[in-house]
Design a protein around this ligand. Structure first.
Ligand SMILES: Nc1nc2c(c(=O)[nH]1)N[C@H]1C(S)=C(S)[C@@H](COP(=O)(O)O)O[C@H]1N2
Ligand SMILES: [Mo]
Length: 214
């Protein structure tokens, strides 16, 4: 059955990307937690383009489309009906701050993608925020073990300033890849630069290889 083949292929590809299973890039030394050029903070800075869109839960929608066998348009209730997961990860911002031990709750990206069923030609995703922000990354990275669609941070609903009600969290890449106010996941067939990537940032953004600027 062709669907079974595609699903199997996707899972095999994810397994082959075992280097992402720990949430670490391949260049991460085992004994190191702070990537090169970073310093630790204990607060959580707010960084964005300046508008914090209001997204009431009753009208909220998350669309997953583009090269998807089963495009989704989920309301808040449908998002809550997906398996709810927790994950702890470190934040590494390209502006050089890092913040350890963030407890996220929400939906695993993998669980969502399994339902949307990326087509074989889908190689990357473009994440769209309700403020008009976009950011791109490879599908395998988006589907990595630690990647979340977060609704909660450290036990509280994600604040509007930090991208609530829903944001992406891709812990093994610089934090600009983690789109706030996430409303659309576009599956695409070739890499396409998002907002910061068009404005000088790296197309991939591995903090362990200091891929800050393109
Ligand atoms: N929608 C949206 N997402 C965004 C941004 C943005 O401007 N709009 N900025 C990015 C950048 S550059 C960073 S460093 C992080 C900051 O997230 P924080 O404000 O929760 O720390 O969000 C990323 N996601
Ligand atoms: Mo950033």
């Amino acid at each position: 059955m062709s669907d079974e083949t595609k699903l199997t292929r996707t899972k095999r590809a994810w397994t082959a990307q075992g280097r992402f299973l720990t949430g670490a890039g391949e260049a991460r030394p085992e004994d190191q937690r702070l990537p090169p050029g970073q310093h630790l903070v204990t607060d959580w800075p707010v960084l964005d383009l300046g508008t914090h869109p209001a997204l009431p839960l009753k009208s909220f929608r998350l669309d997953v489309n583009g090269f998807a066998e089963a495009p989704l348009s989920l309301d808040w209730e449908a998002i809550q009906a997906l398996p709810q997961a927790r994950a702890r990860s470190d934040i590494h911002c390209v502006t050089s701050w890092s913040r350890y031990d963030n407890d996220w709750r929400g939906v695993r990206v993998r669980d969502l993608l399994e339902r949307a069923r990326p087509m074989q030609i889908a190689s990357h995703v473009l994440l769209h925020g309700a403020d008009g922000y976009t950011t791109n990354l490879p599908l395998d990275d988006f589907a990595s073990e630690g990647a979340m669609l977060a609704t909660h941070w450290n036990g509280e609903p994600l604040s509007r300033a930090h991208g609530g009600p829903l944001r992406a969290v891709i812990p093994h890449l610089y934090f600009w890849k983690s789109a706030k106010w996430l409303t659309r996941i576009e599956l695409i067939g070739t890499d396409r630069a998002g907002f910061w990537e068009r404005n000088g940032y790296h197309m991939y953004g591995d903090p362990w290889r200091e891929q800050r600027y393109g």
